[in-house]
Structure formats: structure tokens, C-alpha cells
Design a protein around this ligand. Structure first.
Ligand SMILES: [Zn+2]
Length: 117
């Protein structure tokens, strides 16, 4: 499977953990989720499923008049986990994670140092 390209600049995309801030009315929620991030322009791409979840969270935030309840927090956590599961399934074998690439580079450098010593 070919890695997808950035729709803005055709740059390379990498799967990254990002912070997404959602606002609904006066309320704000911060989600830590995975997204495809362009290495060139920084554009963040989310799957359609994720975008739908964002809309639901925004609507929920907007309608929320009271303080955060345990039910609400549990719901938010559940939604976050669902999003991550979906993204992990979608990202498999697609784009190499940046941290994995870095780890490979480090082991190559370490091996080169041993060879020179
Ligand atoms: Zn881009």
C-alpha cells in the first residue's frame, strides 16, 4: 500500500499523536488522538469517522449546561478509545511511524560506531 500524500502540498504524511481542541459553546474538550500529519506543511488529516465523532463531541459540549459529570468523562474517554482503535487499524502497514524511523536510525548509528571502534 502506497503512503498517502498531503492534499495541500503532496508532502509525506506520518501518523502522529496530536492534541485536538474541540469547542462547543463555552465548553472546551481536549483529545489526544492520532492523526496523519504532513511532514512538510503540518496539515492534520483525520478519518471521516473521527470527524463525525468531533461533531458529536462539539454538539455535546454545546448542550452541556452543568459541570463535568463522571458520566460525561467516561463517555469522552470511551469515544477517545474508539477513535484510537479505528485509527490503529487503518494505519497498519501504511505509513511508518516517525518514532520507529528514528529508532532505526539510532540503531544504525550505534552499529556504525561499534564498527569504527
Ligand atoms: Zn502538506
Amino acid at each position: 500500500m502506497k503512503p498517502k500524500k498531503c492534499p495541500n502540498c503532496q508532502g509525506e504524511l506520518t501518523t502522529k499523536q496530536v492534541e485536538k481542541i474541540l469547542k462547543g459553546g463555552v465548553h472546551t474538550a481536549i483529545l489526544q488522538i492520532e492523526a496523519e500529519v504532513c511532514l512538510n506543511c503540518g496539515e492534520k488529516l483525520y478519518k471521516p469517522d473521527v470527524v463525525r465523532e468531533f461533531a458529536q463531541i462539539r454538539a455535546k459540549l454545546k448542550n452541556r449546561e452543568t459541570e463535568e459529570t463522571p458520566e460525561y468523562l467516561a463517555w469522552l474517554e470511551e469515544t477517545r478509545l474508539k477513535i484510537e482503535e479505528g485509527l490503529q487499524a487503518a494505519a497498519q502497514g501504511d505509513v511508518l511511524d516517525a518514532t520507529e524511523v528514528l529508532a532505526q536510525l539510532r540503531s544504525k548509528v550505534a552499529a556504525a560506531k561499534i564498527a569504527l571502534a
